[in-house]
Design a protein. Sequence first.
Lengths: 281, 291
Amino acid sequence: MADRLRPGVGPLEFGKRRWLQSLFLATLFVLYLPIFVLVAFSFNEQNRGGVWRGFTFENYPKAWNNQSIFDAMVNSLSIAVIATVVSTVIGTTVAVMLWRFRFPFKPAYEAAMGLPIVIPEICMGVAMLMFFNATGMTSLFTGTGWPLNLSTIIIAHIAFCFPFVAIVVRSRLVGFNKQLEEASRDLGASEWQTFTKVLVPFMQPGLVAGALLAFTLSLDDFVITFFTAGPETVTFPVKIYSMVKTGVKYEVNAASTVLIVITIAATVLAMKMQTSDKPGH
Amino acid sequence: MEDWKSNSRVFATLAAPGTVWLLIFFLIPLGFLFVLSFSEKALIDGQVSINEYDYLTGFSNYIRSINPDIISIFIRTLWWSALATIACLFVGYPIAFGICFMPEKWRPLALLLIVLPFWINLLIRTYALKTTLGTRGVINTALGWIGIEPIQMLSTTPAVIFGLVYVFLPFMILPLYSTIERLDKSYLEASLDLGASQRQTFFKVTLPLTMPGVVTGIILVFIPCLGMFLIPDELGNTRSWMIGNVIQAQFGASNDWPFGSALSFILMLLTFLVLFMQWGFERRSKGVKAT
């Protein structure tokens, strides 16, 4: 095979192989074409038909003024924000606990913590649906108004987000020099002071990465939300789902484009933070 | 690492929130699912009740699952998930490999470009796919320009499998990238220097050493494929249902929660079986560890 290489391409310079380059570009094309089409049609003039009629910004104010799309978006973002805050706190305590302590049945405990990550979403979704119905929580929160009527969704989101946060934060803690913690305690700091002044600053990049992961997971979730949403609560993914069923208007494209921009900004931000904050030991 | 008894107050404070949440809002719901899968709808005055159940009546729902229709849907689910996983592997491996051999400054960007769609909402991506593949979608419009009749792409089996690949490809590329990146390239040089061909080097050196990444990628794609109901729902037709669709129907139109619970449990067991196989593989393998 080596004799068939173009001149100037070494046997290990796979990055210069034409077929690998073309495959890479072709994959990017396939990955981005649908997204590009969706974004492009958010600027399309006439509704339906899937034919390009002319450029306009109109769909954006229309989406903004469409009460049901707007509400769904607000719901999605509020759920994501609340679920992120709570799951970051819970995930961090779990991570610190698992990193610091030895206790009986630890492997079993860790396996249980990993369950929300590995079991199929639909199983978790139907289990939560059943639980909320049987305990009366669904009816309890129905009619309580925003944001309490989102409680069941938020609870379910926290349940699948915090184990992810725990994993991210724990992998950050691996690089921690335990002597810093000991020094802090030797110098008379309390447990709480050591935690807030030594451990939290060290964990910070992990906390941010974990929080951003939780935020996107929550914003992205459809399956579990679909099953746990009360009768009067619609999130953005659930809204798209029902609109796709009934025939979509380009306002959805506009709202989706906004959400895509938010997601991409959050992802790029997270990547930037991870590369600029390599564990500093 | 400290023993929990040495500082039990701190241990309890740290352990409480996560444990309580996991117990009440995850394990107990799973318990409900488990109990209901062994229950039946109650008969009240000879009528089947809509939402009352006779609990723990036996294995009837599991016995009902052993019927040709359900079994064929399970087999289809496994088969399609396997096809999608294999397609992801065949596309993902060369791509991950190529990225690892790019100039260093391009690697983060290349990886970001591949992973970015994964962060975009699944519903938005599915909807985007649907509009692109439609009879009057962009592809068929483009085909029309060169005089080709529109092709029916939506509501077909290939569309479902393509959708699965489209959605889960980044899951395959990420673990592969992280293992191939840590592969000591001097092994490849040594193999080539000692006279092995590129093909031999790939199959005897590269692939065995990156096998853990391959296994992780397979798991990360295969398992979510098993439970998927959105893609078959949107891109397929009623004959392309996967088990996720059947489960969803039991909690929707068919309103048969006990049967749906039993199917969910079978699906969960399948997932654990796959994970168990991975665990068995990891115990034997000695390659570059994927994380």
